[in-house]
Ligand binder design. Structure first.
Ligand SMILES: Cc1cc2nc3c(=O)[nH]c(=O)nc-3n(C[C@H](O)[C@H](O)[C@H](O)COP(=O)(O)OP(=O)(O)OC[C@H]3O[C@@H](n4cnc5c(N)ncnc54)[C@H](O)[C@@H]3O)c2cc1C
Length: 406
């Protein structure tokens, strides 16, 4: 059996299939699993279901102890007016994992398990989709992008979620620090010219508001997200999993859990379990549709509306003594959000057909707005100059405006 893509979804599927005795070949155009990313941190969410995701992985036969995952129960929430509050709860809200080719990354943790189960992985290998049973090749188009700067710091482990429409148009920025390595990232859900100014300005913002954040930049990272709702998830006997199959969170891009889950569901179907298409529609599609509704709302509310959301979140947390409940409600959906999806959300997506004839609805990369056209502050220009110096002395950028292939 041939699988296209040795990322999260493809490797997860391969582990289950090989453990069940199938001969599995996974092909990836890149030189290694995780090479699409370069040591950036990502949040493995734990709010879209009551079951802890690491327990779910164990039940499927995937060992999460094979990669480093740092749990968080508390984060800083940065409101659009720069007020900083804390969201907290009794349960692990998410875990920070690293993407890339280092030993402790989630990509390499899955790769080791696949190899141990007997999977044959072929890197720098291009295969035709018609020769593959599972298509797990990640994003193809672009609906949004993210840029980040990785740095050394003495700051303690920390996560901030930053809701600010100027620094992160239509989206959010964040700060993550794990064991002396930090990442400041901004996500752009509207297409911009000179995109790096958003990262420079965001870094400058953090330097001003987190004065103890001593930053020694190492590299810049990033990537794109592709947000689609597919008409079918199994086409001509082929299973479309992960982001290649549209398993993404349209609101915030938390696609890792859906990618792994979809890989597992495809493998379970192949091994005689429940039908993949039906399972996606039952388990993942309701969450994805809810995220389309959330995206529709995010596109409209702007900073004023987001400030109200933040205040409501904090009030809800005070009442329930659990900040996660608010996020769970937003992500898991409601009759109201279903109505928003059917009435407005769906209409926001454009109808498209892939080269191999699959039909889907895609979230277009929106145009910029008038208020996105601003000049960088002095502090942001200094951040950009500092990065130029690091780049000249060997600092790498794995994702740039000229090369948005990640
Ligand atoms: C900057 C950034 C930050 C993110 N942050 C988060 C986060 O905090 N939390 C979260 O949950 N999600 C996050 N995501 C989304 C998450 O990374 C994806 O949803 C997830 O990786 C999708 O898994 P996948 O298996 O579909 O693709 P991947 O894990 O990317 O794997 C796809 C693989 O297919 C290979 N490939 C591509 N084309 C071909 C081809 N033609 N033939 C063979 N192989 C091919 C690629 O090289 C790659 O190895 C982020 C994404 C980006 C870009």
């Amino acid at each position: 059996m041939q699988i296209m893509g040795a990322g999260l979804s493809g490797l997860s599927a391969s582990i289950l299939l090989a453990k069940a005795g199938k001969e599995v070949h996974v092909h990836d155009i890149r030189a290694d699993s995780g090479a699409r990313f370069d040591g950036d941190f990502q949040g493995l969410e734990n709010w879209s279901s009551d079951t802890d995701f690491l327990d779910e992985m164990r039940e499927w036969g995937i060992n999460p102890d094979e990669f480093k995952a740092t749990p968080f129960k508390e984060v800083d929430i940065i409101h659009p007016d720069d007020v900083i509050t804390q969201a907290y709860g009794p349960k692990v809200a998410f875990r920070v994992v690293e993407r890339g080719t280092a030993e402790h990354t989630i990509d390499q943790g899955l790769k080791r398990q696949a190899l141990a189960a007997g999977v044959n992985i072929h890197y720098k290998s291009r295969v035709k989709s018609e020769d593959c049973t599972i298509i797990a090749s990640g994003p193809k188009g672009t609906s949004a992008i993210a840029y980040g700067e990785v740095f050394k710091t003495s700051f303690p482990d920390h996560v901030s979620l930053h809701l600010n429409d100027k620094l992160a148009p239509g989206a959010y920025a964040y700060l993550i620090v794990i064991d002396g390595i930090g990442l400041i990232c901004t996500c752009l859900w509207r297409k911009q010219s000179k995109s790096e100014r958003f990262l420079n300005e965001t870094v400058a913002w953090y330097q001003q508001h987190y004065p103890d954040l001593d930053m020694q930049p190492i590299k810049r990272v990033g990537g794109k997200g592709d947000f689609t709702i597919n008409d079918n998830y199994k086409v001509d006997g082929r299973y479309y999993v992960g982001e290649a199959g549209g398993m993404q969170d349209f609101m915030w891009g938390f696609g890792m859990r859906y990618a792994i889950t979809s890989g597992v569901l495809a493998a379970q179907d192949i091994l005689g379990g429940q039908d993949y298409d039906k399972q996606v529609r039952k388990i993942l599609l309701p969450l994805i549709k809810t995220s389309v509704a959330n995206r529709f709302l995010m596109n409209r509310i702007g900073d004023k509306g987001m400030k109200r959301v933040c205040s409501k979140w904090m009030k809800d947390q005070k009442k329930k003594k659990d900040g996660l409940k608010f996020i769970e409600r937003i992500f898991r959906g409601s009759i109201w959000r279903n109505m928003v999806y059917s009435t407005f959300g769906k209409a926001m997506l454009s109808r498209e057909v892939s080269k191999d004839g699959r039909k889907f609805r895609k979230l277009p990369f929106r145009k910029d707005l008038k208020h996105d056209r601003w000049q960088q502050s002095e502090a942001a220009i200094a951040v950009g100059k500092r990065w130029d110096e690091v780049r000249k002395s060997g600092g790498k950028a794995s994702f740039t405006e000229d090369n948005p292939t990640s």
